[in-house]
Design a protein around this ligand. Sequence first.
Ligand code: CP
Length: 319
Amino acid sequence: MKNFISVHDVTDINALVKKALAYKADPFKDRLLGADKRVGLLFLNPSLRTRLSTQVAAKNLGMEAIVFNVDKEGWALEFEEGAIMSGNTVEHVKDAAPILGQYFDILCIRTFPSLNNREDDYSEMYIHQFIKYAGVPVISLESATLHPLQSLTDIITIQENWKNINRKPKIVLTWAPHIKPLPQCVANSFAQWMNAWGEAEFVITHPEDYELAETFTKGATITHDQNAALENADFVYVKNWSTYTDYGKMYENDPSWMLTEEKMTITNQAKVMHCLPVRRNIELSDEILDGPHSLVSKEAGNRVWAAQAVLSEILMDKK
Ligand code: CP
């Protein structure tokens, strides 16, 4: 694996999941693989799980991980080619990235979308500029449109919790209310990985006007009827996202879209997933999050094994 910015960087999803679960069973089995190697974790936005799980994963492989909060501690970066830098940006990525490429063997980057300009966000300029100029492998820690480490984690968690070999699980991605517009990354990415994986009956449900980009959802069943979607679901993935068509807006915050125990009775005793952080009793009720159906905490724990599998693939490729 050269870079990890989407499912397209993965040749065999099931093999990568198997590798992650092998690390879960024996975290230190490749403790020397990353010896004398350094990974740089660059954050242009906040994180709890992604940051810490990737640090733990690197440590398990014998790598040193160095975190740099670019948004708070670094010079403001410019990403536009040919920019006349008379504004707030201080350093161009084409100057900064090659230096980081000399300091680190692998660069990991988190950048959120602006939610102001869809064309800019969906061009994924930030992460592509790092790949262009760093000269070392780049791992996305969530970008403007995708969150591949989260989606790999989600498939790991589903595989761990689905033991029925006689049929595929029904997996529902449902929109949930929120208090402010959020990126589409997690939903886009989950849809992209589900469709590429192909080992589930995959349904997306959301209110009207919350369509996601077809490039990620193509292949899924899409409905505005949440109850119909939830019928006989085995897994329910809960997530808010802002509008894609009239970009970055929050048209409504209908609380009836929040998943409750009552709605869960329609499902096949489904397991509930969420990437976290979650707004309790807005996106998901306490009763679900604290109840027996929730996989949320285990899912977050699995972030380590996803990161470890990806770091391992890239280290092996570099050998
Ligand atoms: N799910 C996730 O990416 O969490 P963080 O934003 O805390 O990293």
